[in-house]
Unconditional design. Structure first.
Length: 482
């Protein structure tokens, strides 16, 4: 049986004149460069978690500023505090549709703000505004901001999940199959996948056989075919057998590849390598046909001896004389890898932009949360004079009718003749100005007995010295002369 052997001596020196298969060295080096590129692993986009940390920081601030009733919905514990466990509590009840996707992050936010003890407690270190009005304003702004951050973060997570579960596996699969052949599950040469027939040079390398893998083609241009010992014409002392198995000697061939500079596994680099390969394929006319190949051939074929080691691509150029190399199976896999790498690179850019956006929202959240806590502004205390004026305005609305005047409860009718129902004046009742004390838009609970003339109580002398007071039997009352 014919055997594919590895011609180790060809790589012992790159002196093309002294080397019997020097025509193949440049092709070999190009395929080595392609292989080195395809052997690289793509880094995962999960490495940078700063976007997630920034988002959870925003949710913690949002939770801290929210009211007690909302905070009490969450235990901050797992697993019983998660939506998977709590959702049953809302069966048949109203709740927002987005709770299912946001609940667990809210629960984690509750865990954050209740973490630590003493001076290390989160809330002790980052207390929310004490002023009720300020806190409500802060909470409203943080909720809007947290909703925006949640939307960006959800998009980021969706992109990362697709990248991890779809895009990266597709990239690695395409690269692996380009190197070792369609259907290979590991980075290991397989008969029928890496080469068409591991012990048959003609079937694997010449026109009749499809070019299954990059490493298969590498074996074709650096391997020697020997015949049975009865024929000694192609036997050489400088060959190394693989026990009749081309796949078994692949590692020996890989070790002969020159060390490559790390060019980086990117879509543009792989695409450039494909173009370089297409440029490297030689096109030699022979009678009415043009043969397309790497290595050294004669009349569109090669016999596997040191002077004729080749891989022929005629089949793939039959319908596309200019870019037939793109139809070669392993090149097609590299083209797929290019497309998937572009998806990956776009995902990396999107994730980077999302992370920057979330961090910007985080900075805004801290600015809002850190608004100085001001005291409640004292509300204006209505004076007796102001109260009397307001009552007079109300009474003026009924100055022509005794019945409607007295129905206000604040006014009394003063008829001209003492009897008229229609001629007279509608005036505030005596003492109506007293009702201003402890009311109005000021601080609730003002003590009537400590303001105005009422503070004099039954002390007649002090009452009569106050110009805004008058003494009535047994007590001092406010008195305004309009």
């Amino acid at each position: 049986m014919a055997t594919l052997l590895i011609f180790i001596a060809v790589f012992a020196s790159l002196n093309v004149k002294a080397n019997p298969v020097a025509d193949n060295v440049a092709d070999f080096q190009l395929l080595c460069q392609l292989a080195a590129l395809a052997e690289q692993e793509v880094p995962t986009t999960q490495a940078d978690n700063t976007g997630q940390a920034a988002y959870m920081d925003i949710e913690a601030l949002n939770m801290s500023a929210s009211d007690e009733a909302w905070q009490n919905l969450f235990s901050g514990k797992e697993p019983h505090g998660t939506w998977a466990q709590k959702s049953k509590d809302y069966d048949g009840k109203d709740f927002q549709a987005d709770w299912a996707t946001k609940w667990d992050n809210w629960n984690k936010a509750k865990a954050t703000i209740t973490s630590g003890t003493g001076s290390e407690n989160w809330l002790a270190k980052h207390p929310p505004p004490k002023n009720t009005k300020t806190r409500k304003q802060v909470a409203a702004q943080l909720k809007t901001l947290a909703d925006r951050a949640s939307h960006v973060y959800h998009q980021q997570k969706t992109t990362q999940t697709k990248d991890r579960t779809e895009t990266l596996p597709a990239v690695h699969k395409a690269l692996r199959e380009a190197l070792y052949g369609t259907g290979t599950a590991t980075k290991k040469a397989e008969d029928g996948k890496t080469v068409k027939a591991k012990s048959d040079y003609d079937t694997s390398c010449k026109t009749t056989g499809p070019r299954l893998s990059l490493y298969g083609d590498l074996l074709c241009i650096c391997g020697l075919k020997t015949v049975d010992r009865a024929t000694s014409a192609s036997r050489t002392a400088s060959t190394s057998t693989g026990g009749g198995d081309a796949t078994a000697v692949l590692q020996a061939v890989q070790k002969k590849c020159p060390k490559q500079a790390d060019s980086g596994l990117t879509a543009s680099n792989v695409e450039a390598a494909i173009t370089a390969f297409g440029t490297r394929v030689r096109h030699t006319p022979n009678s009415a046909e043009t043969h397309h190949f790497l290595g050294k051939q004669a009349a569109g074929t090669c016999d596997g001896t040191s002077n004729q080691l080749c891989v022929v691509y005629d089949t793939f150029y039959a319908t596309n004389s200019k870019e037939g190399h793109l139809a070669i199976p392993w090149v097609a896999h590299l083209t797929t890898a290019v497309a998937k790498l572009r998806e990956y690179e776009a995902a990396v850019a999107d994730i980077k932009d999302a992370t920057a956006a979330i961090k910007q929202l985080q900075a805004m959240a801290w600015t809002i949360y850190s608004i100085p806590d001001t005291d409640e502004a004292p509300v204006h205390q209505v004076t007796p004079k102001e109260q009397l004026q307001k009552t007079q305005q109300a009474c003026d609305q009924h100055k022509s009718n005794k019945t409607t005047c007295e129905s206000t409860g604040k006014c009394e009718w003063k008829a001209k003749d003492g009897k008229s129902e229609t001629e007279g004046e509608c005036k505030p009742k005596e003492g109506e100005e007293q009702k201003s004390q402890g009311t109005g838009e000021g601080t609730a609970g003002a003590d009537v007995a400590t303001t105005g003339c009422a503070r004099h109580g039954t002390e007649k002398a002090k009452c009569e010295t106050n110009k805004s007071s008058r003494w009535k039997p047994q007590t001092c009352e406010n008195y305004i002369l309009l």
